[in-house]
Write a new protein. Sequence first.
Length: 240
Amino acid sequence: MASLLSIRDVSIRYGKVEAVHRVSVEVEPGTIVTVIGPNGAGKTTLLSAAMGLLAFEGSIAFDGVSLATASIEERVANGLCLVPERRELFAEMSVADNLELGAFCRYRRRDASIRASLDEVYQLFPRLADRRAQLAGTLSGGERQMLALGRALMSKPRLLMLDEPSLGLAPIIVREIFQIITSLKATGVSILLVEQNARAALQVSDTGYVLETGELVLSGPSPELIHNPRVAQSYLGQHA
């Protein structure tokens, strides 16, 4: 099966410091792929490069087309979307307005199905429907993450990149967020998930990659990585 997102031999620098060294990641259509690793491993940096926020060496292609010269807007219009770690919501705008901003590229194309997409988001996140007139800045942490996910879905992505979706959330909300991530896969959305919660990420994903100090050290089917002694000891709190 051809990859939807193909990251091959990608290196990324911040000045003279190499943050990512020749990393390759493949995301096939209809799958969840996770990248785990400690803080500073280069996970967020990799997503930023794929979204066009950082320069890189190597190749990144989406649906077989190189992203080397594509703008961020072009990437979103083609179905690539990033939910950043900080969520980047518009705090002084309502829930409904934040969601509608997610469909900006579709408005420009005069897409007639935006209202239907909004209804689908409210069905997926009933709490957002209840709070549609509420300012985004007044939401709880879990609700803000739901809003960030919902806003991304309004762009009708084919590949959703999620950067630390469980960060700062209570365990019960984390479980809910990961249940939602699993349900998104059933709708046909492919997902590239960056997470420090290795156990939760590997449980919902098909394939996993382990980054350490900017280099790929392990990869394979997620069920196998869960039982890998190195992963178990370093990321799952188990001793080999």
